[in-house]
Design a protein around this ligand. Structure first.
Ligand SMILES: Nc1nc2c(ncn2[C@@H]2O[C@H](COP(=O)(O)OP(=O)(O)OP(=O)(O)O)[C@@H](O)[C@H]2O)c(=O)[nH]1
Length: 293
């Protein structure tokens, strides 16, 4: 004896699916037989096939509908898998390109030999920091650092040793300038620059002294140097309170002047030309006026 299937959601859905399938098949059969009779004569086998299919669909019921679902899933699952795999591959590729792009940006901004910022990056950051300092009414300082008698160093030890020396000095500068906003850059040849936002003349002079001390401790041998047994540098310092529309190149030219004075004064030393106050007096806060007095 046959038991009646329980009226569950799945059996009702199965029946609905079956009814839909039958309806579709009958509709197709009617279309061939009724709507286009002259053409139906050309497809007697098709009509017979549809009749058989419609007849077959009825007794199979839920099983027919389930197998339809299974067939659909069998087709959809591999498609889903292909889609997910392709999506994962695209994500990987996007991450790889982003990393490569970041590397290119870093390379474009840094000096290939020393691994510090290059001149172009220095100019870019100087512009930003100048405007920021003007907006925030904060001092901006710059050290221009030049290795003493570097031509003689190259002549004595060779160019490769000269390159190593440059790298070591750059390392010392990076170690000395520990604040996140500080920027160490190769300004040209054996001349390097250290830009220090939020730093006044006093802090800049302290930083210069720290560099001399660290180089003394590092003691890179330079027996042919007329000023010491080790590699030394001369440093020019400039520090100012920028205003937005003033020419920022004055920060560089003042540091250059200081550097020239340090060289003239015997090298292995720091010189600073008097602080040029670029901030307009009416813009200064009482605190700044006091610190500048
Ligand atoms: N090895 C090496 N040498 C460089 C590099 N860039 C510049 N130089 C050398 O640095 C030297 C700079 O010499 P000068 O400008 O005459 O100055 P100096 O000999 O350091 O003398 P003072 O600065 O007056 O103490 C030159 O011999 C350049 O060839 C570099 O990337 N590698």
């Amino acid at each position: 004896m046959q038991t009646k299937p329980k009226s569950t959601l799945s059996s009702r859905t199965g029946l609905a699916g079956c009814a839909l399938a039958v309806a579709l098949v009958l509709d197709a059969a009617l279309a061939i037989n009724g709507l286009v009779p002259e053409r139906a004569a050309l497809f007697p086998n098709a009509t017979a096939f549809l009749d058989t299919l419609a007849a077959d669909m009825q007794p199979t019921g839920i099983a027919g509908f389930a197998s339809g679902i299974a067939l659909t899933l069998l087709l959809l699952l591999p498609m889903h898998h292909v889609y997910r795999t392709r999506e994962a591959r695209l994500l990987q590729e996007r991450e790889r390109l982003a990393a490569h792009n970041a590397k290119l940006v870093r390379q474009a901004a840094s000096d290939g030999l020393l691994g510090i910022a290059n001149r172009r990056e220095f100019e870019r950051v100087l512009k930003l920091e100048w405007l920021r300092a003007a907006r925030e009414r904060q001092p901006l300082s710059l050290l221009m650092i030049d290795i003493d008698y570097f031509k003689r160093f190259n002549d004595t030890y060779g160019h490769q040793a000269g390159d190593t020396c440059l790298r070591e000095v750059a390392k010392v500068l990076r170690a000395a300038a520990a604040r996140p906003g500080d920027l160490v850059a190769r300004y040209g040849g054996e001349e390097m620059a250290l830009l220090m936002p939020h730093t006044g003349m006093e802090g800049a002079l302290r930083m210069a002294e720290r560099i001399h001390t660290m180089l003394e401790d590092r003691a890179l041998p330079f027996s042919a140097s007329p000023v010491a047994e080790h590699v030394t540098v001369s440093i020019g310092v400039s520090s100012m309170l920028p205003v937005r529309h003033a020419n920022r190149s004055v920060l560089i030219s003042q540091a250059d002047e200081g550097l020239y004075a340090a060289k003239e004064g015997g090298r292995n030393r720091t010189e600073a030309v008097p602080n040029l106050r670029l901030i307009a007096p009416e813009e200064a806060t009482p605190l700044q006026s006091a610190s500048r007095a």
